[in-house]
Design a protein around this ligand. Structure first.
Ligand code: ZN
Length: 332
């Protein structure tokens, strides 16, 4: 009897833990938000601290599990934390999928467009879906989310999707954001939040090498950290991924982004540009209402794969797991 009660207690405790883990806290009074590297000692898996901040008198850390690429915000008294320099942290965690992905992204950044990781390596056929939420006056293209849920709910629930979100979009689309969070709470979708810069400036006339984040005078500290703060203030947990506006960058900019501990995510299948997805593709569509062609292409792709989806032969992959699998195994 006692044992049964104990089990029941543990069960409820787990339920509570699970629930709080999903309902991400909202940090409205962030102060002293800074890049901070450190080693959070924990069993069975050590974590890497990337940011430190204060909120309502509490010290908090944003950290990543370097094996799974899952991020979390944690109270300072939960872990023992040893501060490190960026270089020390990279060498300490050098054999992890996170660190390998970071180095790979740096080495793939010579081109002006599409630097970074552009495909994962899932075991089965399928893709990782990323949708960009650049600043836009149009409402969120909800059909993407309702359609993937309808198509996949029998085989995958919640359905994983990665959303690259800009600071301005969050500011102007509170209702859309609430709707997405509601879908998450109902466990219909599971969102990986990618940093897409704050202002997402773009010029129609400037050449690529001076456009988007390469525009002279761009403050990368602001672009990266203000977006993260806006995510946290909206109850979203920043991931370790970054997507360049317009997919435009140069080596120096890529190094700046990896200096924040963030992995640039490119794409090998921008649907509106006619690029066809392969197994393991990181597919790009725009969810901000500005690129209906890409969304229609995606819906078409979904319908054409309906049978494979039903047989679990074509699935959507969590970007964190795809990148993690790509860099997780030691290959000869
Ligand atoms: Zn964008």
């Amino acid at each position: 009897m006692k044992v049964a009660i104990k089990h029941l207690l543990i069960f409820f405790l787990l339920l509570v833990v699970n629930f709080t883990a999903k309902a991400q806290a909202i940090y409205r009074h962030i102060k002293n938000y800074q890049v901070y590297y450190g080693w959070a000692h924990s069993t069975p898996q050590d974590k890497l601290v990337l940011r430190r901040f204060e909120n309502d008198g509490k010290i908090l850390f944003l950290m990543v599990n370097p094996q799974t690429l899952q991020t979390e915000v944690t109270d300072s008294d939960i872990y023992q934390i040893k501060p490190m320099s960026a270089t020390e942290a990279r060498s300490f965690f050098k054999n992890t999928p996170y660190q390998k992905a970071l180095s790979k992204a740096e080495s793939q950044s010579v081109m002006i467009q599409d630097a970074g990781i552009e495909r994962g390596m899932p075991k089965e056929a399928g893709i990782s879906l990323t949708a960009d939420l650049c600043p836009s006056h149009r409402p969120l293209d909800k059909i993407i989310f309702t359609d993937i849920f309808n198509e996949f709910s029998k085989v995958e629930r919640p359905v994983p999707i990665a959303l690259s979100v800009s600071g301005i979009w969050m500011k102007q689309h509170q209702k859309d954001l609430d709707w997405l969070k509601m879908m998450e709470q109902k466990r219909e979708i599971d969102i990986t939040w990618i940093n897409h810069s704050y202002n997402h400036r773009v010029s129609k006339s400037l050449p690529l090498k001076e456009n988007f984040l390469l525009e002279p005078g761009t403050d990368m500290n602001f672009e990266v950290l203000e977006t993260e703060k806006a995510m946290l203030a909206n109850g979203l947990t920043p991931s370790v991924f970054f997507r360049f506006p317009g997919l435009v960058s140069d080596q120096q900019l890529v190094n700046k982004v990896t200096g924040f501990g963030l992995i640039p995510i490119g794409t090998d299948a921008w649907l509106a540009k006619g690029q066809q997805p392969q197994a393991g593709s990181v597919v790009l569509i725009h969810g901000n209402g500005n690129e209906p062609v890409g969304v229609q292409d995606f819906i078409k792709l979904l319908k054409s794969k309906a049978n494979s989806v039903a047989n679990k032969q074509w699935l959507l992959y969590d970007l964190r797991e795809s990148v993690d699998e790509e860099f997780g195994e030691v290959r000869p």
